[in-house]
Design a protein around this ligand. Structure first.
Ligand code: GLV
Length: 324
């Protein structure tokens, strides 16, 4: 008997080729990734879950899945999963670190550059007939060389952003709860949180979403930033307090924001952030390259199959379950 695996959203067959012949797949529907009826009904038979970051795997789901042996998330972030509840049940949780490091760092730099040079606004002006002449003072943006980039969260992605930023002549500082010897060897300077906010021309977020980072960029943090500062978020939406950011941008506490992630997600098109000229939003595309997404799916399958075989996952976020 092949084990039953719930896949919360269809994926291209060549991304999940390693599952062929190994598992019975029950697949969620295309339009709304998450817990569709067919998946909910199959939970009691499920031995594995291959989830996207849009599917919450919480107590309510786990309670129905009494045969579950592995939760494999096709993402590096696991904030959609109640990892503690999985750990209590001895269920390993897999993620996909490394697969999207370069893609996400490239996207963060794209956001930073686009906001610094006001690409969304100037492109709109060109298209809508406001490009009358070459204006010496039109669409002036921020200089990068010599400016300070503050990175919050100097993990793999943060370090990849630091590496790119140095190529643009940015001075790189960082903050996270623990100093990073690897990051410092790469030239990033550790500074306290408040100092990072008040001294950075650009602040970019690369921390995981957890209890200590939820709402980290709140009104008080935004008020500490320079009025000329640009905020980039390619981490998770709830790291930033959306209503505080909306006020900060409308009242010019900071210059602009470029967001790959929002809270809620998706952000409704009627949300005030979309009508602010100094806010630029893309739909959570940090890892959206052909190579990164395929590798993420392959890694998620590797974790899934290892879990089903009762082996240690190649990438496990709760390895404490293996301790005797
Ligand atoms: C994407 O956002 C991820 O966590 O992999």
């Amino acid at each position: 008997m092949k084990p039953t695996v719930l896949l919360t959203h269809p994926l291209p067959p060549d991304w999940i080729a390693s599952l062929e012949g190994q598992v019975t797949l029950i697949i969620g529907q295309e339009e709304t990734p998450g817990w569709r009826d067919n998946l909910l009904q199959a939970l009691p038979q499920a031995e594995g879950i291959l989830s996207l970051l849009t599917a919450r795997v919480d107590e309510a789901i786990l309670e129905k899945a009494s045969r579950l042996r592995i939760v494999s998330n096709m993402a590096v972030g696991v904030d959609n999963i109640d990892v503690k509840a999985c750990t209590r049940r001895g269920i390993p949780v897999g993620n996909t670190p490394g697969a999207m490091t370069d893609a996400t760092a490239d996207l963060a730099m794209s956001l930073l550059l686009a906001a610094a040079r006001r690409l969304p606004e100037s492109s709109r002006d060109a298209r809508e007939g406001r490009w009358q002449t070459w204006s010496p003072t039109g669409w002036l943006g921020a200089d990068l060389r010599g400016a300070t980039l503050g990175i919050i969260g100097l993990g793999k992605i943060g370090r990849a952003v630091a590496e790119r930023a140095r190529g643009f002549g940015l001075r790189v500082r960082y903050w996270q709860p623990h100093q990073s010897p690897e990051g410092e060897a790469g030239g990033a300077e550790y500074v306290p949180f408040e100092a990072l906010l008040s001294s950075s021309d650009f602040v970019t977020l690369h921390c995981p979403l957890n209890e200590s980072t939820r709402g980290l960029i709140d009104e008080s943090a935004l008020r500490k930033m320079k009025p000329s500062a640009i905020l980039v978020n390619a981490a998770r939406g709830p790291v930033v307090d959306t209503s505080a950011l909306t006020r900060a941008l409308s009242e010019n506490w900071i210059a602009s924001a470029a967001l790959d992630v929002t809270d809620p997600e998706p952000l409704p098109p009627s949300h005030p952030l979309f009508s602010l000229p100094n806010c630029f939003i893309v739909p959570h595309i940090g890892s959206a390259t052909h190579g990164a997404r395929k590798r993420m799916a392959e890694m998620a399958c590797e974790n899934l199959l290892a879990g089903l075989r009762g082996e240690r996952l190649p990438n496990c976020v709760n390895p404490e379950i293996y301790k005797p």
